[in-house]
Structures are given as structure tokens and as C-alpha cells.
Design a protein around this ligand. Structure first.
Ligand SMILES: C[S@@+](CC[C@H](N)C(=O)[O-])C[C@H]1O[C@@H](n2cnc3c(N)ncnc32)[C@H](O)[C@@H]1O
Length: 203
């Protein structure tokens, strides 16, 4: 297994406070999207949640069914310490690819770019998101708009619009990737905001 796929790699980075991906606040485009959701009881999964600003924001703003997930024990512990009112049973310390519950919404932010970017892994992500969503459920969030560099070793691993569309097309309909207009200042011009709906596959 590639090193970056191991939870210890991430736990060490959190312990050593080496987390340059950490925005220090809820991501502005996600906050704006959350503000438009009417059903505050929808079941939401945030995989690879790290410091969990999105989970915390949703919880603090009345969403009652939000699940924080990260396979780094250290990340989850730091999140619980920072957010003592967040329900412990909604903190999932585990591997996204092993998750089996169902959700109405899965929120993506710097998780897809964090694991080894093989075609196999990326296809597994798309398929897993599809499997975890209930009928009509949505995968929503942010994807980088820059390519993976030649000889790149560490994340974040980017991608192209063409790759993203072909990955998600078998599992999702109404796939919309927009150049993100309201990114965090440190990410201006570097990401897409995307929304897609679980496909109804008829046999
Ligand atoms: C780059 S960090 C991003 C954290 C957070 N989304 C943010 O934006 O601050 C990637 C996170 O994904 C987690 N992660 C990586 N692979 C995972 C997996 N297979 N299952 C669950 N979490 C995973 C890591 O532990 C790490 O916290």
C-alpha cells in the first residue's frame, strides 16, 4: 500500500501540526451550499474530514444528522476536543472505502486528492460514493483544477475535468462542475465546485 494511504502518515502530520491543507474555517463555497439546504435532518457524510470545520459548522447551524469521518485517530481526537458538543456517535474513525451506511449527501473537500491517484482508486471512490448514497442522494464539493505533476510524490493530487466527468458518469447524473467563484482566498482559481446526483440504474 502506498504510504499516503496509511492513517499513520496523516496522524503524524496532525500531531506535528503539518497540515497546510487546513483552512482554519469552514470552506466558503461549502458554507454557501449548506446555507441553501432546507432539510436540516438529511444524513450527511464528510469523509476525510480532518479538522472538520464543515462538520462543526453544520452541527452548530442546526443540522442534526452529520457524520464526521476520518481514518486518522489523531484527527478525530483533535476534532472531538475542539467540538465537545458534537455527538460522539457521529464521529466515525475509519476507512471511507470500508463504510457501509447510507447517506443523503456526501461532502468532498481535499479527500479525493489525498489518496494515491491511481485510476483504480479513483474509480473505487466514485463507486463507493454511489453505493453509500440513498436514491436521489448527492455528492457535492470541491475538486482541484490542476493536473498531477510529473514525478509528484505527495498529495494534493489534482486532475482534469475530462477525467472527473468520465469517472463519475457511470454512477451519477446531472454532473455539474463549475469554476469555483467563491473559493477561500488561498484557493482562488484552483478548484471546481461540483454537484452530482446518484444515478438510478435500471436493470
Ligand atoms: C488533505 S487532508 C484533508 C482534511 C480535510 N478534508 C480538510 O480539508 O481540512 C486528507 C484527510 O483524509 C483522511 N483520509 C485519507 N484517506 C482516508 C480514507 N481512506 N478514509 C478516511 N479518511 C481518509 C486523512 O486522514 C486526512 O485527514
Amino acid at each position: 500500500m502506498h504510504f499516503t494511504l496509511q492513517s499513520e502518515f496523516w496522524s503524524r502530520r496532525y500531531k506535528e501540526n503539518e497540515s497546510p491543507w487546513d483552512l482554519g474555517e469552514v470552506s466558503p463555497p461549502l458554507k454557501e451550499y449548506f446555507e441553501g439546504i432546507e432539510d436540516q435532518e438529511m444524513k450527511i457524510l464528510i469523509p476525510g474530514a480532518g479538522a472538520g470545520y464543515e462538520a462543526a459548522w453544520l452541527h452548530q447551524n442546526g443540522f442534526s444528522n452529520v457524520y464526521y469521518m476520518d481514518f486518522s485517530q489523531e484527527a478525530a481526537e483533535q476534532f472531538c476536543k475542539q467540538n465537545p458538543s458534537f455527538p460522539e456517535k457521529n464521529v466515525l474513525v475509519g476507512d471511507f472505502f470500508g463504510e457501509e451506511n447510507s447517506y443523503d449527501l456526501i461532502v468532498e473537500q481535499t479527500f479525493f486528492c489525498a489518496f494515491e491517484p491511481s485510476e483504480e482508486n479513483r474509480c473505487r471512490y466514485a463507486e463507493k460514493a454511489y453505493q453509500l448514497l440513498r436514491s436521489g442522494g448527492k455528492l457535492v464539493g470541491l475538486w482541484w483544477n490542476f493536473p498531477i505533476e510529473k514525478d509528484q510524490i505527495d498529495p494534493p493530487y489534482g486532475g482534469s475535468l475530462q477525467e472527473y466527468i468520465s469517472l463519475f458518469k457511470p454512477y451519477f447524473s446531472s454532473i455539474r462542475f463549475f469554476p469555483c467563484y467563491n473559493s477561500h482566498p488561498s484557493r482562488q482559481g484552483k478548484e471546481y465546485f461540483a454537484i452530482m446526483t446518484k444515478k438510478q440504474i435500471h436493470s
